[in-house]
Design a protein around this ligand. Structure first.
Ligand code: SF4
Ligand code: MG
Length: 320
């Protein structure tokens, strides 16, 4: 997909192809500006004027190119989105309960107001909001950050969607609340057998959750693998860098070794492999030839032979 901008066309996301099944979690990881949010927002028809390439299938239906009206109907009912900032989904001027009731009545017109209210209270209880029969009449600002995130999850799940897309759902929360929300999402996903797409900049966030991980760089998927494969045998040097920047779970606060350098401009991505200006393994070929996604189960877009990854740049240079 690409966007027209005053500076020219930003080729934001290219060659995205994925399919998520019920009960499975796909993690999409990348730095900000890598195109990870844009890809799913475009799928959902939330960005206008974007050109889309690639394929995204949901329950056997192609989402890319689907008419806006059809997408709108899927959104909310079968596909729900959870964002970093609940206030972007929860309207500040209406009570949380009113918003859930409205959502239910739009998609289930036969439901009475009283039934929908009861349903909303059950949803709030489901996500662990205490005294849901009272909190249902509160406005979003009366909730703490974590409780707002729970309320948004309650709303997202109200219609029992088959697919949930969560975009940095816990980034704004402190570590303890973040862990609680992730646990809650994992539990609800198991309970309802939903497919989940988790978008994050932090590989640590999806380490316990994702079945499959897709790493994005400069608007393209650069590594796709089952979770264990990706964490234990990362191939792409960028993924290796991201793994080294995951904060340790032993409580160390500082981010160890962020990937050096800046993410590239999507307007003028570097030639060849877009990661080459930051890559410790860079070879002459990397500056000129774009590596395609290669592999069978474990896909990676990198010219480096598999057996030299993990040796470190010096040893790798002696071998290549
Ligand atoms: Fe590094 Fe070359 Fe692989 Fe790109 S293709 S990640 S520059 S080794
Ligand atoms: Mg984003």
């Amino acid at each position: 997909m690409s966007f027209p901008t005053p500076d020219g066309v930003v080729r934001a996301v290219r060659g995205m192809s994925f399919e998520v099944e019920r009960g499975r979690t796909l993690g999409i990881v990348g730095e900000s500006g890598s195109g990870k949010s844009v890809s799913t927002q475009t799928l959902m028809g939330l960005t206008r004027g974007a050109e889309v390439s690639g394929s995204a299938r949901f329950e056997g239906r192609e989402l890319i190119g689907m008419p806006a009206e059809e997408l709108r109907r899927l959104r909310g009912a079968q596909i729900a989105m959870i964002f970093q900032d609940p206030l972007s989904s929860l309207h500040p001027l209406y009570t949380v309960g009113w918003q859930i009731v409205e959502l239910i009545r739009i998609h289930e017109p036969a439901t009475t107001k009283a039934q929908a209210r009861k349903w909303a209270i059950e949803q709030l209880a489901l996500v662990g909001i205490p005294q849901p029969d009272r909190r249902v009449d509160d406005y979003p600002h009366q909730f703490s950050g974590g409780m707002r995130q729970r309320a948004m999850i309650a709303m997202a799940l109200a219609l029992q969607p088959k697919l949930i897309i969560a975009d940095e759902p816990t980034t704004a929360l402190d570590a303890t609340v973040q862990a609680q929300i992730l646990d809650l999402m994992a539990r609800l996903q198991r309970e309802f057998d939903t497919a989940l797409i988790m978008i994050t900049h932090d590989l640590g966030v999806i380490a316990d959750m994702a079945d499959q991980v897709l790493v994005m760089y400069a608007g393209k998927p650069i590594e796709v693998a089952e979770r264990r494969e990706l964490y234990y045998r990362p191939h792409h040097p960028y993924t290796v860098g991201l793994l080294e920047s995951v904060p340790s779970t032993t409580g160390a606060k500082e981010r160890l070794k962020p990937v050096p350098g800046q993410p590239p401009s999507l307007l003028r991505p570097p030639s060849g492999c877009a990661f080459h200006p930051r890559c410790p393994y860079v070879m002459p070929k990397c500056r000129t030839d774009v590596p395609p996604l290669m592999g069978e189960e474990h896909l990676s877009a990198c010219w480096l032979p598999l057996d030299v990854v993990g040796l470190g740049p010096e040893a790798a240079r002696r071998r290549t």
